[in-house]
Write a protein that binds this ligand. Structure first.
Ligand SMILES: [Zn+2]
Length: 191
Protein backbone atom coordinates (compact mmCIF):
# COMPACT_ATOMS: atom_id res chain seq x y z
CA UNK A 1 0.00 0.00 0.00
CA UNK A 2 1.49 3.23 -1.15
CA UNK A 3 0.82 5.19 2.01
CA UNK A 4 3.10 2.92 3.97
CA UNK A 5 5.86 2.83 1.43
CA UNK A 6 6.23 6.46 0.48
CA UNK A 7 9.23 8.34 1.55
CA UNK A 8 9.96 11.98 1.64
CA UNK A 9 12.47 13.26 -0.91
CA UNK A 10 14.01 15.52 1.71
CA UNK A 11 14.43 12.55 3.99
CA UNK A 12 15.99 10.68 1.09
CA UNK A 13 18.45 13.49 0.46
CA UNK A 14 20.81 12.80 3.30
CA UNK A 15 22.46 16.19 3.22
CA UNK A 16 19.21 18.06 3.96
CA UNK A 17 18.30 15.89 6.90
CA UNK A 18 19.13 16.25 10.54
CA UNK A 19 20.82 12.97 11.45
CA UNK A 20 19.66 11.16 14.54
CA UNK A 21 22.92 11.86 16.32
CA UNK A 22 22.48 15.60 15.73
CA UNK A 23 18.93 15.41 17.03
CA UNK A 24 20.33 14.10 20.27
CA UNK A 25 22.84 16.95 20.43
CA UNK A 26 20.20 19.53 19.58
CA UNK A 27 17.89 18.07 22.17
CA UNK A 28 20.60 18.24 24.80
CA UNK A 29 21.48 21.80 23.86
CA UNK A 30 18.01 23.25 23.65
CA UNK A 31 15.86 20.93 25.69
CA UNK A 32 12.16 21.14 25.01
CA UNK A 33 12.02 24.51 23.35
CA UNK A 34 8.80 25.43 21.64
CA UNK A 35 8.44 26.82 18.15
CA UNK A 36 9.31 30.54 18.19
CA UNK A 37 5.97 31.83 16.90
CA UNK A 38 4.11 30.01 19.64
CA UNK A 39 6.64 30.93 22.31
CA UNK A 40 5.86 34.57 21.61
CA UNK A 41 2.17 33.99 22.14
CA UNK A 42 2.73 33.95 25.91
CA UNK A 43 0.84 31.88 28.46
CA UNK A 44 -2.29 29.85 28.13
CA UNK A 45 -2.48 26.35 26.76
CA UNK A 46 -1.90 24.46 23.55
CA UNK A 47 -4.15 21.59 22.68
CA UNK A 48 -4.18 19.20 19.77
CA UNK A 49 -6.36 16.46 18.36
CA UNK A 50 -4.64 13.53 16.65
CA UNK A 51 -6.04 10.28 15.34
CA UNK A 52 -3.84 7.48 14.05
CA UNK A 53 -5.03 6.11 10.72
CA UNK A 54 -3.67 2.57 11.29
CA UNK A 55 -4.99 1.96 14.78
CA UNK A 56 -7.82 4.45 15.24
CA UNK A 57 -6.20 5.48 18.53
CA UNK A 58 -6.49 9.14 19.33
CA UNK A 59 -5.37 11.93 21.61
CA UNK A 60 -7.20 15.18 22.15
CA UNK A 61 -6.24 17.58 24.85
CA UNK A 62 -3.77 20.06 26.25
CA UNK A 63 -0.11 19.11 25.84
CA UNK A 64 1.44 22.45 26.87
CA UNK A 65 0.36 24.85 29.55
CA UNK A 66 1.86 27.65 31.66
CA UNK A 67 5.12 27.69 29.78
CA UNK A 68 5.88 23.99 29.76
CA UNK A 69 5.06 20.76 28.06
CA UNK A 70 2.83 18.33 29.92
CA UNK A 71 4.89 15.16 30.31
CA UNK A 72 1.90 12.87 30.69
CA UNK A 73 0.24 14.30 27.58
CA UNK A 74 3.47 13.85 25.62
CA UNK A 75 3.71 10.27 26.81
CA UNK A 76 0.20 9.57 25.57
CA UNK A 77 0.99 11.24 22.25
CA UNK A 78 4.14 9.10 21.93
CA UNK A 79 1.97 6.02 22.43
CA UNK A 80 -0.54 7.03 19.74
CA UNK A 81 2.30 7.92 17.36
CA UNK A 82 4.33 4.75 17.94
CA UNK A 83 5.64 2.59 15.11
CA UNK A 84 2.55 0.46 14.37
CA UNK A 85 4.57 -2.35 12.79
CA UNK A 86 6.76 -2.98 15.81
CA UNK A 87 4.44 -1.49 18.44
CA UNK A 88 7.34 0.65 19.52
CA UNK A 89 7.03 4.25 20.80
CA UNK A 90 9.74 6.89 20.89
CA UNK A 91 9.89 10.29 22.58
CA UNK A 92 8.48 12.52 19.83
CA UNK A 93 10.00 15.97 19.45
CA UNK A 94 7.13 18.13 20.76
CA UNK A 95 8.07 20.97 18.42
CA UNK A 96 6.35 19.01 15.67
CA UNK A 97 3.09 19.32 17.64
CA UNK A 98 3.67 23.07 17.91
CA UNK A 99 3.95 23.18 14.12
CA UNK A 100 0.62 21.43 13.68
CA UNK A 101 -1.00 23.82 16.16
CA UNK A 102 0.46 26.89 14.43
CA UNK A 103 -0.64 25.72 11.00
CA UNK A 104 -4.09 24.79 12.23
CA UNK A 105 -4.58 28.16 13.94
CA UNK A 106 -3.61 29.95 10.76
CA UNK A 107 -6.07 27.80 8.82
CA UNK A 108 -8.84 28.41 11.35
CA UNK A 109 -9.51 24.69 11.75
CA UNK A 110 -10.41 22.83 14.93
CA UNK A 111 -10.51 19.36 13.40
CA UNK A 112 -8.59 16.28 14.49
CA UNK A 113 -5.40 15.59 12.54
CA UNK A 114 -5.37 12.25 10.81
CA UNK A 115 -1.81 10.88 11.06
CA UNK A 116 -0.67 8.42 8.42
CA UNK A 117 2.96 8.06 9.42
CA UNK A 118 4.83 9.22 12.52
CA UNK A 119 7.68 7.45 14.29
CA UNK A 120 9.41 4.77 12.26
CA UNK A 121 11.72 2.46 14.15
CA UNK A 122 15.09 1.86 12.49
CA UNK A 123 14.08 -1.72 11.64
CA UNK A 124 10.90 -0.55 9.91
CA UNK A 125 12.75 2.11 8.00
CA UNK A 126 15.52 -0.30 7.04
CA UNK A 127 12.94 -2.77 5.73
CA UNK A 128 11.49 -0.05 3.52
CA UNK A 129 14.93 1.05 2.40
CA UNK A 130 15.59 -2.48 1.20
CA UNK A 131 12.37 -2.37 -0.84
CA UNK A 132 12.89 1.03 -2.39
CA UNK A 133 15.89 3.12 -3.37
CA UNK A 134 13.85 6.24 -2.63
CA UNK A 135 13.72 5.40 1.05
CA UNK A 136 16.60 6.89 2.96
CA UNK A 137 18.32 5.04 5.75
CA UNK A 138 18.19 8.30 7.67
CA UNK A 139 14.76 9.90 8.02
CA UNK A 140 13.31 12.50 10.35
CA UNK A 141 10.52 9.98 10.98
CA UNK A 142 13.18 7.85 12.71
CA UNK A 143 13.97 10.79 14.98
CA UNK A 144 10.36 11.36 15.98
CA UNK A 145 10.48 14.77 14.30
CA UNK A 146 8.10 14.20 11.36
CA UNK A 147 4.42 13.53 10.81
CA UNK A 148 2.57 12.68 7.60
CA UNK A 149 -0.93 13.95 8.16
CA UNK A 150 -4.11 15.49 6.84
CA UNK A 151 -7.00 17.58 8.12
CA UNK A 152 -10.50 16.44 7.14
CA UNK A 153 -11.74 19.99 6.61
CA UNK A 154 -8.78 21.36 4.62
CA UNK A 155 -7.07 20.21 1.46
CA UNK A 156 -3.46 19.11 1.57
CA UNK A 157 -2.33 21.85 -0.79
CA UNK A 158 -3.74 24.55 1.48
CA UNK A 159 -2.04 23.04 4.53
CA UNK A 160 1.29 22.79 2.72
CA UNK A 161 1.04 26.37 1.44
CA UNK A 162 0.41 27.80 4.90
CA UNK A 163 3.16 25.72 6.51
CA UNK A 164 5.63 26.76 3.80
CA UNK A 165 4.71 30.43 4.22
CA UNK A 166 5.23 30.16 7.97
CA UNK A 167 8.61 28.44 7.43
CA UNK A 168 7.81 25.94 10.12
CA UNK A 169 10.34 23.34 8.98
CA UNK A 170 10.15 20.64 6.34
CA UNK A 171 6.95 20.69 4.28
CA UNK A 172 6.18 18.00 1.71
CA UNK A 173 2.99 17.92 -0.33
CA UNK A 174 1.71 14.50 -1.42
CA UNK A 175 -1.14 15.71 -3.54
CA UNK A 176 -2.14 12.35 -4.97
CA UNK A 177 -2.43 10.75 -1.54
CA UNK A 178 -3.89 13.90 -0.03
CA UNK A 179 -1.52 14.43 2.87
CA UNK A 180 1.40 16.58 3.92
CA UNK A 181 4.68 15.76 5.59
CA UNK A 182 5.50 18.26 8.34
CA UNK A 183 8.69 18.14 10.37
CA UNK A 184 10.60 20.30 12.80
CA UNK A 185 13.86 20.02 10.88
CA UNK A 186 15.30 22.82 8.74
CA UNK A 187 12.81 24.85 6.68
CA UNK A 188 12.49 23.36 3.20
CA UNK A 189 9.71 22.28 0.91
CA UNK A 190 8.96 19.81 -1.85
CA UNK A 191 6.02 18.37 -3.69
ZN1 LIG B 1 7.07 12.01 5.82
Amino acid sequence: MRLFHHDCPACAAGETCVPVSRRVMLGAAFGLLSAPALAQSGGGARSIGIRRAQTGEAFRGVYWRDGRYDREALRRLDEVLRDPHLDEPTPMDPRVFDILVQVQRRLGSDETWNVISAYRAPESNAARARESRRVSRVSLHMSGMALDCRLPDRDAMGIARVAAEMQTGGVGLYRRDGFVHLDCGPARRWS
